[in-house]
Design a protein. Sequence first.
Length: 94
Amino acid sequence: LFSRRPPESGTVLVNSKEDFGLEGVISFDASGLAQSVLGAPIANTAMAGALGAFIEELDVKSLGIGVEACMPARLRSKNLAVMEKAYAEMEACS
């Protein structure tokens, strides 16, 4: 169930160029990153990479294994590049 009441703590990762200036809200232009690498604003692997940088149990290698396991072969290399760039950008910020 969803609540309209905000959580007492936590972080929200938003696919946006806009900095909302809100505590606990991190904006990341996943669509722009995807556009630059894939030629299309498909943000799924960029968001996964960005999120992975904030979760201790995930590292870029583990995320890469997931991309390799789930992506069709023709899409893997570019999606790995998107995910790795997103992870590196967010890791540098945290």
